[in-house]
Design a protein around this ligand. Structure first.
Ligand SMILES: Cc1cc2nc3c(=O)[nH]c(=O)nc-3n(C[C@H](O)[C@H](O)[C@H](O)COP(=O)(O)OP(=O)(O)OC[C@H]3O[C@@H](n4cnc5c(N)ncnc54)[C@H](O)[C@@H]3O)c2cc1C
Length: 297
C-alpha cells in the first residue's frame, strides 16, 4: 500500500434516523451505508482509504443507546453508545466488573475514550481490541436489532475473522449485557504496546479466575488473548489445566506454555510472530499469577 501524505476524508452523507427501526430499515436497504458510534475507527479507516461508505448512520442518539444500568439480579447493561470514560467512572462497574474498567483504561488516551465505545471496539472486530478479552471472560451478550426483530448474541460466537462478525446488513447492536459475575472473582489485563499511550497492542492478555467448588483445584481460570490470532482468542486448555489439579508455580508456568502454543500470531509492523508467542507465554504466566495471588489472599 502506498502512503498518502495528505489523507482526506472521502465525501459521505450523514444520516440521523429517529428510531432503531428506521435505522435498521435504512441500513438493510442501502448496502453502502454503515452505522457508527464514537467514529474513532470508522473515520480513521475512511481517511486512510480502507472504507468509503456513501452514508454514515449516526446511531448514538437512538433509544437505549446511552443507558448504563446495573441490576443486582440481572447484571450490567451498557447501551452501545456509552463511552469508555463513563464505564471507567461508573461505581457499579468499579464494584462488580473492575476487569472491564481496567480494560477500558488501557485504550489510548482520556480524550479518545470520551468518544470510543466498547460496542464499537467489538463491532470493529480487530483481533487487537483491548476490551474484547474482558467482555469474553465476563460472558457478555450483544443485543442486536434487525428489520426482523431483536435477538441476543453470545460474544463468544460473534467473531469470524479480522473485521468480520456474524452481523448482517441492517443489524445494529444496541447494547451489551453482562451477567452477575461469579463471587470472589479476580481479573487482570496486561497489554504490551510499543508505547504506553495510543497504540494498539502487540499482545494483550486477559485473565479471570474465581472459586468453583465443582473443580478439583477449587478454582476456574480463564484466559483470552489479543493480537495473536485472526480473532480474539479464548484458551480453554488453560482452564482445563488449572481446574484439574492444585494451582502451583509449575502449573502456572505450564499454563503460559499452553497459551503460547494455542496462539497463531503473524509478523507485522508491531512485532514478529516469534516475539509475540514468547510474550504470550510471559504475560499469561504474569496475569494468571496475579489473579491467583488475588484469589488466595
Ligand atoms: C488514536 C487512536 C488510538 C486508538 N487506540 C486504541 C487502543 O489502544 N486499543 C483499542 O482497542 N483500540 C484503539 N483504537 C481504536 C478505536 O478507538 C476503538 O476500537 C473504539 O473502541 C471504537 O469505538 P467507536 O465507538 O469509536 O467505534 P466506531 O468507529 O463508531 O465503529 C467501529 C465499527 O463498528 C461498527 N459499528 C458501530 N456502531 C455499531 C452498532 N451499533 N452496531 C453494529 N455495528 C456498529 C462501525 O460500522 C465500525 O465498523 C484507537 C483509535 C485511534 C484513532
Amino acid at each position: 500500500m502506498s502512503i498518502n501524505p495528505h489523507p482526506t476524508l472521502p465525501e459521505f452523507d450523514y444520516i440521523r434516523p429517529a428510531s432503531l427501526a428506521e435505522a435498521c430499515a435504512f441500513l438493510a436497504g442501502e448496502p453502502e451505508a454503515r452505522p457508527f458510534l464514537g467514529g474513532t475507527d470508522v473515520f480513521v479507516r475512511m481517511r486512510d482509504g480502507f472504507l468509503a461508505p456513501r452514508f454514515l448512520v449516526d446511531v448514538k442518539g437512538l433509544e437505549g443507546m446511552q443507558a448504563l444500568r446495573f441490576d443486582p439480579k440481572k447484571g450490567l447493561t451498557l447501551g452501545a453508545a456509552v463511552d469508555m470514560n463513563r464505564v471507567i467512572a461508573s461505581k457499579e462497574v468499579q464494584a462488580h466488573y473492575p476487569l472491564l474498567a481496567e480494560a477500558c483504561r488501557s485504550v489510548a488516551s482520556y480524550q479518545l475514550r470520551t468518544r470510543a465505545t466498547i460496542v464499537g471496539n467489538i463491532c470493529n472486530a480487530s483481533p487487537a481490541g483491548d476490551t474484547i478479552g474482558a467482555c469474553l471472560l465476563l460472558d457478555a451478550e450483544l443485543q442486536v436489532h434487525s428489520p426482523k426483530g431483536e435477538r441476543r448474541e453470545a460474544l463468544a460466537q460473534f467473531f469470524l475473522g479480522p473485521g468480520k462478525t456474524t452481523l448482517k446488513p441492517g443489524d445494529i447492536v444496541s447494547a451489551i449485557h453482562f451477567p452477575i459475575p461469579p463471587r470472589g472473582g479476580a481479573g487482570r489485563y496486561l497489554k504490551l504496546g510499543r508505547n504506553r499511550l495510543s497504540d494498539l497492542s502487540i499482545v494483550g492478555v486477559t485473565a479471570f479466575g474465581h472459586p468453583l467448588a465443582d473443580l478439583p483445584s477449587g478454582y476456574r481460570f480463564r484466559l483470552a488473548l489479543a493480537s495473536v490470532a485472526p480473532v480474539p482468542l479464548l484458551v480453554p486448555q488453560v482452564e482445563e489445566l488449572l481446574g484439574k489439579g492444585p494451582v502451583t508455580t509449575e502449573t502456572l508456568q505450564e499454563a503460559g506454555r499452553l497459551a503460547s502454543e494455542a496462539c497463531a500470531p503473524i509478523d507485522d509492523v508491531r512485532g514478529s510472530a516469534r516475539y509475540r508467542a514468547q510474550m504470550v507465554r510471559n504475560l499469561s504466566v504474569k496475569a494468571l499469577t496475579e489473579v491467583w495471588e488475588a484469589l488466595s489472599k
